[in-house]
Design a protein around this ligand. Sequence first.
Ligand code: F6R
Length: 359
Amino acid sequence: SKGPYAHYMLKEVDEQPSVMRRISKNYIREDGSINVDPEMLKEINKADRLYIVAAGTSYHAGLVGKNIFETLADVPVDVELGSEFGYHMPKLSQHPFFIFLSQSGETADSRQVLVKINEMNLPSLTMTNVANSTLSRESNYTMELLAGPEIAVASTKSYTSQIAVEAVLAKALGELKGVQAAKDLDLKEQLAIAANGIQTIVDEKDYIKQLSADYLDGQDHAFYIGRGIDYALSLEAALKLKEISYIHAEGFAAGELKHGTIALIEKGTPVFAYINDGVGASHTRGNIQEVEARGAHVLVIANEKYAKPGDQIIIPEIDEMISPIVSVVPAQLFSYYASLARGNDVDKPRNLAKSVTVE
Ligand code: F6R
C-alpha cells in the first residue's frame, strides 16, 4: 500500500536509503567480503567481454555499470539496447558473458536477445527485481535487486539498486582477479554513504519542489548535461522528466552542446548541469558559462568536492563511480513535482505500461 503517500513514486523514492542498506546487508558480509555465487563468478571470470543488455531506465543503469565493471573488474563492457542488439548483433568477442538488467524480468526486447544467446549456448546472468521472472528463469544465473515491489511506472529504486548490485558483482569479480581498485573500494561504507546521501536529498523535498517550480513551470523543453558518469546520469534524468511530466527533455554530453544542440538554447531555457565527475568538472563549468551567455536558466547539481558558491544542489561526497545512486534523486523529485504541477497521473503516465512484454 501507499501508506501516507499520495503516490507510489514518492514512496519508492523515499525507500531508496533502506534499499541500499538491504543490498549491503544481503551481499556484503561483516568482514567486507562479497557474498555472491562463486560458481557464477568463476564463469564470468572466463569472459573477455561483458555485454549488458537492457531497455529504458535499466539501460541507463547499464551505462553507469560499464564504468564500474571496467574500473573494478578490469574487463571491457558493451551496453546494448535489447531492441537493437537482438536484430543487429555485432561481431561478438570470443568469450562473451551476458548480463540482463531488468526490473520486471519480463521485458520482451531483452528476452528476445536471451533466446538468441541461449541458442548460441552463451552464458548469462539476470539482475532483476522479480525472482522467478522469465529472464531470471531463462538465464544461467540470477542476482536479485532486492528493491521490493516497484509499482509506479517510472523506475526509481530499481535504477539505484541496479547500480548498487552491479558494484557488488564488479567488486567480487575484481577481487577474484586481484584488481587493486576492487580491493581498495570499501563498498559497505560506500553504500552506507549512498543511503545517507539519498536521505539528505529526500529530506529537502520542499526546497526541491520550489526549484522544480522555479525552473520548470511553463516550460516545454529542458536539458540535462554532464560528462563521464554525469552524462550517463543525464540520460536517465531526462527520461524521468519526459515520461511523467511530458516536458520534452534531453540528456547531453556537455561537450556535445556546441556541436549542434546549443542552437536550441534561448532566454529562460532550463539547463540542469551535473558536476560529480572530477575529470569533467572544469570543462562542464565552461559549458555552463556558454549556455548562460545565451540566456539559459542553469541549475547546478554538484558533488561537495567540486561545488562552487551559488550551486543549487550539493551532493554529499561519495565514490564517483556510484555517485548516480545519489545524484539521480533530485532529478526523480524534479520530475515528480513537475508532473504533479501539471495535473498528470504521476504513477500511471499516459501511453506507458509498467512492464513492456511486446517487442
Ligand atoms: C522508465 C521505465 C522503463 C523501464 C524499461 C525496462 O522509468 O520504467 O524505461 O526501465 O521498460 O523495464 P525493465 O527494467 O522491467 O526491463
